[in-house]
Write a protein that binds this ligand. Structure first.
Ligand code: ATP
Length: 422
């Protein structure tokens, strides 16, 4: 099987690493990829948001499967165009991807499917925003209703700050969602779907804030780990039955079946599990940790999903132990990152036992050096017998890497490794 992976980041590099382990996968191509991906497979320069260009490349390569990594190409209709061209694609249609792109739409689907989530008010009116603040109380949760890469959400005790954020979104012509605050640890569960059937992967936890102790601004994610031994027994099955299956059923009922990965962002509250958000694609960096644990060949699984043949009865196989992913970010991230700095020590990091590196924002410069090209530059992914060992290995790996001005969190999976979560 020949697979084309669309996207430029650490998540795509992790998928490619897994696909290359699948004995049924004979060839992997990436578009546009990055400097690390280019070391592993052929890469093709391409505007990933141009549906016709992706179809043309898939045809030229005679790809048996196209896997769309990021959300932007899905929103641009890349999966629709591939499907229309008769090319198997893992990734939802533009319509189904609205489950991520519009928070108000996600709330509407959840209400129709009776899925537990935070109470919310979607509005374009500041007076209604104020009423919702009164009704739900502090901390206040205000969300810009659109794709904002984790930066459109403000969670704060400070009512003035919450109101200022709402006003900013409304002044920009958008609508906002004011939500009840969900108190409890967050969990990401990726659920594969072929539009009808649902197959969950391992739950993972990610770390959104830029600094240790969950301080500083939100980011795209600074690290992740799996498994989550502190979760209650039967958690995954509960999420499948109460969240993923009803949503997949509802989207199919509406004539917009969801084929791809439904990323369930959840809060484990005292009242039970609640949905914070959905994404229509794999999360980065949780994917790196989850796929590092997956023994079941990934290519066949994604092709089954693309072709409506997912088998719910088949148990996925997982490596024993644990996996920890640590993101190395460029200077200033999540602000405008400094780019163009050489990255050193990559081979030394990968030589650490149980460690591999997935590139995100990297390119090769004219001198042939790998240099930073984005905010999240790379992820160090470590496997170990348990979280403690995976952390030790991951941090040994990341200390081998040199990138001027870079930063990373020092506490990824620390609380879980010390049995302090849940
Ligand atoms: P992402 O880039 O993660 O997809 P997003 O813009 O879609 O972000 P959300 O995921 O809805 O926004 O929210 C971002 C973060 O804000 C969540 O990961 C969570 O930590 C926090 N958050 C969101 N909603 C709530 C809530 N109702 N109660 C408590 N915290 C919340």
């Amino acid at each position: 099987m020949k697979v084309l992976v669309v996207g430029p980041g650490g998540r795509e590099h992790a998928m490619i690493t897994s696909l290359l382990r699948d004995p049924h996968v004979s060839e992997v191509h990436a578009a546009p990829g990055n400097a690390g991906i280019a070391q592993d497979v052929p890469v093709h320069p391409l505007n990933a948001q141009d549906p016709e260009a992706v179809v043309a490349l898939a045809r030229e390569l005679a790809a048996d499967l196209v896997v769309v990594g990021p959300e932007a190409p899905l929103v641009a209709g890349v999966a629709d165009a591939l499907r229309e061209a008769g090319i198997p694609v893992f990734g939802p249609s533009r319509e189904a991807a609205r489950i991520e792109g519009s928070k108000a739409f996600a709330k509407e689907v959840m209400a129709a499917a009776n899925v537990p989530t935070a109470r919310a008010v979607a509005t374009t009116d500041l007076a209604e925003v104020r009423e919702a603040f009164e009704r739900f109380g502090a901390p206040h949760v205000v969300k810009d209703d659109g794709l904002a890469a984790g930066k459109g959400v403000v969670v704060t005790e400070d009512r003035d700050r919450a109101e200022a954020h709402a006003r900013e979104c409304l002044d920009a012509g958008g609508s906002v969602l004011v939500e009840e605050y969900l108190d409890g640890p967050e969990v990401s569960l990726f659920v594969l779907s072929d539009g009808t059937h649902v197959v969950p992967l391992l739950p993972a936890q990610d770390f959104k804030r830029v600094r240790d102790g969950d301080q500083g601004p939100n980011t795209g994610g600074m690290g992740a780990y799996t498994p989550l031994d502190w979760l209650p027994e039967g958690f995954t099955q509960e999420v499948v039955e109460r969240v993923a299956r009803p949503v997949v059923d509802e989207l199919r009922r509406r004539g917009t079946p969801f084929t791809g990965v439904l990323y369930c962002g959840l809060a484990v509250t005292a009242q039970g599990v609640r949905v914070i958000e959905f994404n229509a694609r794999f999360g980065d960096p949780e994917t790196q940790s989850v796929l590092a644990m997956l023994e079941t060949p990934l290519g066949s699984l994604l092709l089954d999903a693309a072709q409506g043949r997912l088998c719910e009865e088949r148990e996925l196989e997982w490596r024993p132990g644990a996996s920890v992913t640590i993101v190395l970010a460029a200077k200033n991230y999540p602000g405008a990152p400094r780019t163009g700095d050489p990255v050193t020590g990559l081979d030394d990091a990968a030589a650490e036992p149980g460690v591999h590196v997935c590139h995100a924002g990297t390119v090769r410069n004219e001198a042939g050096e790998i240099v930073s090209a984005g905010g999240r530059v790379l992820t160090v992914v470590a496997h170990g017998a348990d979280l403690r060992e995976a952390r030790e290995r991951g941090y040994r790996g990341i200390r081998r890497i040199g990138l001027d001005g870079s930063h990373h969190r020092g506490d990824i999976a620390l609380a879980a490794a010390e049995d302090r979560v849940g």
